[in-house]
Structure formats: C-alpha cells, structure tokens
Design a protein around this ligand. Structure first.
Ligand SMILES: *Cc1c(COP(=O)(O)O)cnc(C)c1O
Length: 390
C-alpha cells in the first residue's frame, strides 16, 4: 500500500472555510447560536424577508459556517444540513423525484436507504430498481423512460465496492437523469462527486466529519442544476439542525485531515496483519492493491479512510459468537468514524459477490495499532477454539 494521501487545496479549505472570525469578535471558532425567533427591526423588513436570518429553522451564522465550509470542499452551489445522515439521503431523494418516477439504486447502498425506497417511496408512487454497483457504463441498459434519478454510494459502507462514478454520471447527464452519491466513506476530502459529474453529494457527518461518536448530522451539497430543488424540499420538510450539532460538524472539519491519516495508518497496519491470518479469506478495502476496486480508487480518489471489511473462513455461528465475545478495545456497535475502534458483523453479501464466510467490518480508531492487533489475536484464539478441529 504505497499510495499515500495526496494533500491538496482541500486541506487548506478545511482550516479556513466558513469561519469569518471578523464577524465573531475575532474568535477563531464561530459561536453557537441557539435561536428560534430572530428579531426584525420593523414591519417592512419582516414582510420583505429583507434580512439574512429570519427564523432559526431557516439557518443561523452557526449552521451557515458548517454549510459554507461543506460547499467550499465539495465545490457545489450550496449545502443544507439535516438531523442525520439518513435524513440527508431521504431528503435528497425526495427533492429529485415525483410520483410516477423511477430510481436506479446501487445494491451497495446503506441498508436504510434501500428500506426508504422500498417502504415509503413506493407508497408515493416512486418505483426503483436495484443495480449491481460494478455495472459501469452498462447502466444505460437499465434506464427507463421514467428514470429520473440514479443513486450511488461508493465505496459501499458494507460491501466496499467502488463504482465507476464518471461513467455512470456522464450517461445520466446525457439522458437528463440526475445523480446523487452517498460520499460518507471518502469524506469531502478524498472524493469530489460533483467534479466527477454527480449532481448531489450526501454525507452522514455523524461519521468522520464530526468524528467523536457524539452527534447525528447529515449534509447535502448540490450543484447549480439541483440546488433550488434541494433547498425547497429541505425547507418544506422542516429539516433543521441545532446550533450545537452544526458547531460540532464545522469543528470536526478542522481536524479531519490529520484524523483521517491516522485512521488510515491504523487500518493499514491491521490489514497487513489480518491478510496473513489463516482465518481471514479476504480483505475489503479499496486502497488495498488486491482489492477489485483498487484501480478505480486510484484513478478517482485522493486518499483512503479507516473503515474496511474482512471475510472470515466459513465457521459455525458459535465460532462467530466466540470471536465477538470478549474484546477489550474494539466496541461492538453501529456507526463508525469516531476515535474509538469498532467491530460489527457485516451481513451484506451482494448476490454476485464471491465468498461464503461471515463478513466483519472494522472502523479503525486511534488506539495503538499493536494493542488492537493483540485484541484481534485473542478473538481469533476464541474463534479457533469454538471451531470443529480440522
Ligand atoms: C451511517 C450512514 C448513513 C446514515 O447516517 P446517520 O447519521 O446514522 O443517519 C448514511 N450513509 C452511510 C454510508 C452511512 O454509513
């Protein structure tokens, strides 16, 4: 793994964008505005909506600070903030579809994204088709006259498939179809969906952006062609974020680059060790030279983060339970991207993906890699003790 993170103007934007210290008494960080009511000086200003801030739900300097930084990083026309990553996914989809439309949805997407399409969108007359994330330019064959949106997630946060985003986005654009991409794994630092032809980039800022497992937050950054629709739907749905959470989002951005470097460094140390283990049949990490997504990752991404998967050799359920019972450092829990390492089973086999062992997903945190490896070594001892002897 010799492709180290490329530093770029984005590193500088992480530090400078959205802050406006001159407007906040020189404070380095924008203050937290907690506001519902915002006062107007007179009737004329109230009626003309002639001031920048009109009501807390419609934004404050704190939400602006985070949104402005995300817009700068993603290179979009604007960003809206939402109370969770899932709210960002669902709001983006609602903004870009109407009754009678059809969506193409990648099979590698976050589970609740698919569940939203299945369980709620269908009730409102929006149909969808799941496609193989590795479809590339063959997406063209699945396009129907009523197809209005292609939803991507690359790499998938459970399957780690990397999609040929430029190929899919250029076909979509030629056919007048909008594209949205869940960019949570790469963060705005390592992949730029809009620069690759995508219309809308979505983040669960809950993960690496906030980075401390203490905040739920979503963002949608839209290009000029989709910004009005995204802003309108966001407003009509009443989506808003507290000043405290918006503050944590923008604060997380400031240290995102060094945090991600550390996440990746540890992930690579764990992977180098795991790849030698007889209990591991496969590593799922786009920055790993043997990963099927490596070539696309190298072409389109400027770095890698610390979330990866692995496949264990086939074993009874009791061995998997033994593996998970007794970690001293790895936490067993959903979400990822915080400072603490996490491990979960990842039951997300795609239909056409090889392999028949259990999958596990690891979010590499900031503990000493040697301590994490020792924790995993003990887990493999438990796993082996609970397996039938060969
Ligand atoms: C976690 C996650 C989400 C949802 O984010 P929440 O803040 O938990 O709602 C969406 N997409 C991906 C890829 C995620 O990992």
């Amino acid at each position: 793994m010799n492709d180290k993170t490329k530093h770029s103007a984005s590193d500088t934007k992480l530090v400078t964008s959205g802050r406006h210290a001159d407007q906040h008494a020189g404070a380095v960080n924008p203050p937290v505005f907690r506001a519902s009511t915002i006062l107007h000086p007179d009737l004329e200003t109230l009626e003309s909506k002639g001031q920048r801030y009109t009501y807390g739900r419609r934004g404050t300097p704190t939400t602006d600070a985070f949104a402005e930084a995300m817009t700068a990083l993603e290179g979009g026309a604007g960003t809206v903030l939402l109370p969770s990553g899932l709210a960002a996914v669902t709001t983006a989809i609602l903004a870009l579809t109407a009754s009678g439309d059809h969506i193409l949805l990648t099979e590698s997407c976050y589970g609740p994204t698919r569940a939203f399409c299945h369980g709620l969108l269908r009730r409102f007359g929006v149909d969808f088709t799941i496609f193989d994330p590795l479809i590339g330019a063959d997406i063209e064959k699945l396009i129907r006259p009523d197809t209005k949106l292609i939803f991507l997630e690359s790499p998938g946060s459970l399957t780690f498939d990397v999609q040929d985003v430029p190929a899919i986005a250029s076909i979509a654009r030629a056919r007048g179809i909008k594209t949205a991409l869940d960019n949570t794994w790469a963060t705005p630092l390592y992949f730029k969906p809009l620069a690759h032809g995508v219309d809308v980039s979505i983040h669960a800022a809950t993960k690496y952006i906030s980075g401390h497992s203490d905040c739920l937050l979503g963002t949608i950054t839209a290009n000029a062609a989709t910004w009005d629709a995204v802003l309108d739907t966001h407003g009509r749905l009443g989506m808003s974020v507290s000043g405290d959470d918006a503050y944590l989002g923008q604060r997380g951005l400031r240290s995102l680059s060094p945090r991600l470097q550390r996440h990746r460094e540890t992930a690579e140390k764990l992977i180098a060790w795991l790849a030698q283990r007889p209990e591991v049949s496969r590593i799922l990490y786009p920055a790993h030279p043997r990963d099927p997504g490596y070539a696309l990752w190298q072409r389109d991404f400027t770095g890698a983060t610390g979330l990866f998967g692995l496949e264990l050799v086939p074993a009874p359920k009791a061995a998997l339970s033994a593996f998970f019972r007794g970690f001293s450092l790895f936490g067993i829990g959903w979400s990822w991207g915080g400072y603490e390492s996490l491990i979960v089973p990842a039951h997300a086999h795609r239909e056409n993906q090889p392999g028949n062992g259990e999958r596990v997903r690891i979010s590499a945190g900031f503990e000493a890699p040697e301590d994490l490896i020792a924790d995993l070594a003990r887990a493999f001892d438990r796993f082996n003790a609970a397996r039938p002897k060969a």
